[in-house]
Design a protein around this ligand. Structure first.
Ligand code: XMP
Length: 310
């Protein structure tokens, strides 16, 4: 791929499509939406409004960190606090697809409101080829796929969608980000799914359960950072397990650690994490999050497992 030509062509296409109208960019701070936002900003300047939804399912300090990183790039970000709305939408849902669809509905409802408010007509998002292939293929409903499965965003939510990266895979998106001047800490970032920590909670997504998996995620990211895995995270199981503390039974949570190597997220292999790192993870997890009594390392490749747990 000729990255420079790709950038020029996409910038032109966004300009042409949006014309004199306004657009909104859906930014999560991940690689894909960051690159899509930069392309759109280059094409539209201040006719682009960049929005970050704080749905309460992000990693620690993520909203502030993304705001600061984009301010440095000259892009002002509007943060929308939609935490209650998302938790309400996910309440009582335990089926993975129900959770994904509830997230998608809440996600586009928020953008529908913003598009109306700012009189924009287009939503720019960082959908990539793998998202489309997996949703169409029936693996899982990715949060950002509508038109490709027959949902008209204009009818349902009141805007048209522009997806400049829809033909690229992750490693190509990173190359585009690099040439666009995205800081390395963003274009080299681990992939993080749109539905965020909701994909790493088996069973109901509640604020308390998100808080637990958020702490566990930080520990995994800190300990595995030197290995530079493609993607690494913690998952909260639904069942509890028995442990022991000071000679007494202690019933607590089970955390699974998942770390994989991959190029395009279509297939993946478990990272060969050294034993001392694994044992340190178990120890930190149970000491820093006392509600956790068991920690396991997941060793399944994709396929047959997927990368995320829901
Ligand atoms: P799976 O779990 O299908 O994940 O093996 C493949 C890659 O896609 C990410 N992923 C998502 N990304 N919206 C996204 O933007 C989603 O709904 C979604 N589900 C999974 C996942 O993190 C992995 O990198």
């Amino acid at each position: 791929m000729d990255v420079k030509k790709f950038i020029e062509a996409q910038v032109e296409e966004i300009k042409e499509t949006v014309g004199n109208n306004k657009a909104i960019s859906a930014l999560s701070g991940g690689v894909d939406s960051s690159v899509a936002t930069l392309l759109a900003h280059r094409a539209l300047g201040n006719r682009l409004q960049t929005i970050f939804i704080d749905h309460g399912l992000m990693r620690e300090r993520e909203p502030e960190e993304v705001k600061t990183a984009f301010a440095r790039l000259g892009i002002d970000l509007k943060i929308i606090d939609a935490r209650n709305e998302f938790f309400q939408a996910l309440k009582g849902k335990t089926d993975p697809e129900d959770k994904r669809k509830a997230f998608r509905q809440a996600f586009y409802k928020v953008f529908g409101r913003e598009v109306l408010r700012s009189k924009a007509r287009y939503l720019i998002q960082g959908t990539i080829a793998a998202d489309i292939i997996e949703t169409r293929g029936g693996v899982k409903t990715q949060h950002n796929i509508l038109e490709q499965i027959g949902i008209d965003p204009e009818k349902g939510f009141g805007f048209k969608i522009i997806e400049p990266l829809k033909e690229l895979f992750k490693h190509e998106v990173r190359e585009v980000g690099k040439v666009l001047g995205l800081p390395e800490m963003i274009f080299k970032r681990m992939p993080f799914p749109g539905p965020a920590l909701a994909t790493r909670i088996i069973g109901e997504v509640t604020p308390e359960r998100v808080e637990l998996v958020r702490k566990a995620t930080r520990i995994v990211e800190e300990e595995l950072a030197p290995l530079q895995p493609f993607q690494a995270f913690a998952v909260l199981m639904n069942d509890m397990g028995t442990g022991v503390e000071a000679g007494k039974r202690k019933f607590g949570h089970i955390i699974i650690i998942r770390s994989v190597e991959s190029q395009d997220a279509m297939t993946a292999q478990p990272t060969p994490v050294p034993w001392d790192v694994l044992t340190r993870l178990a120890s930190r997890m149970t000491i820093e999050i006392p509600e956790v009594v068991r920690v396991a390392y997941e060793i399944t490749p994709k396929p047959p497992a997927t990368i995320e747990y829901i």
